[in-house]
Design a binder for this molecule. Structure first.
Ligand code: FE2
Ligand code: FE2
Length: 278
């Protein structure tokens, strides 16, 4: 199965790997990816909060895939003779672990992975120079990563819908989280945008930021979080406050396990007895 074509066009603009400016730019983007993949491995922690065998199976599989992606990006660094730098603070904030399962599902498994795919498929796959003999192999690796990221997003969206069905009150703070991410995400992009405004690739950056924001908004609408028309500033501020409070609250939350309570039902043995058999 091949990956769908990129949803954004850089009009053929590609990086020049012999230019120190372009190598620095690529090093920045790849370093964010490497950090994201490292924290992605901790999706394994969602296993503890998994509500079903389907969820448990998925997180096991995803953790293995993210570990594989991490090593794959390390290989890309080595192939291009680049050394990673620490991740931007926005990336560290957006990929921080969250013990409150519903928020982890929305922020990491749905919205976060969505943004990751935008960077991999819509940026890296296009701007790496095909004239360089090392790139064909790297693009093959990236294409397989993109296919797996698509699966991760599909799961994150399915699980978000299930959580919203169970707890509809989360729609408002979730909408606030979406608005906060719409504000935060471009900040990481601006860290590179300020470096070279007349650069052949970077001059597309403002349009790319708009594209990512529109995609996130549509994703929010599909998930039933964002309304059909963007509300006024006061409503948005109230939602962002609710989202920020939920985020702060989540930092003190402890993971809640479930499988030891529902494993019998999940395995098809009916409801577990209230008391253990003597
Ligand atoms: Fe990944
Ligand atoms: Fe992923």
């Amino acid at each position: 199965m091949s990956s769908p074509p990129p949803a954004f066009s850089f009009d053929g603009a590609q990086l020049d790997l012999s230019s120190p400016v372009d190598r620095e730019l690529l090093r920045f983007v790849l370093s964010q990816a490497l950090y994201g993949e490292a924290t992605g491995v901790y999706c394994g922690k969602s296993l503890y909060s998994a509500r079903s065998l389907e969820a448990a199976r998925f997180y096991l599989r995803q953790a293995r895939q993210e570990l594989n992606h991490l090593e794959l990006f390390a290989q890309i660094f080595r192939t291009l003779e680049l050394t990673p730098v620490p991740a931007h603070w926005v990336i560290r904030l957006l990929s921080a672990h969250n013990n409150y399962y519903p928020l982890k599902v929305l922020m990491e498994h749905a919205l976060g992975e969505g943004m990751v795919l935008d960077i991999f498929r819509d940026v890296l796959m296009q701007v790496l120079p095909e004239s360089d003999p090392r790139i064909a192999e790297i693009q093959k690796k990236l294409a397989s990563v993109c296919r797996e990221e698509e699966e991760h997003i599909a799961w994150g969206e399915k699980e978000t819908r299930r959580i919203l069905g169970e707890s509809p009150w989360l729609r408002f703070p979730f909408y606030g989280i979406l608005e906060l991410q719409l504000v935060l995400a471009p900040l990481a992009a601006r860290a590179v945008g300020s470096r070279a405004a007349d650069h052949p690739v970077l001059r597309h950056l403002p349009r790319f930021i708009l594209h990512v924001r529109e995609k996130m908004w549509r994703q929010g609408q599909d998930l039933g979080i964002a309304p059909a028309v963007r509300p006024g500033l006061l409503y948005r501020l109230a939602a962002m406050t609710a989202g920020a409070l939920l985020f702060v609250r989540s930092q003190f939350s402890r993971s809640t396990s479930m499988l030891e309570k529902n494993y019998m039902t999940e395995l098809g043995f009916g409801d577990a007895p209230a008391e253990p058999a003597r």
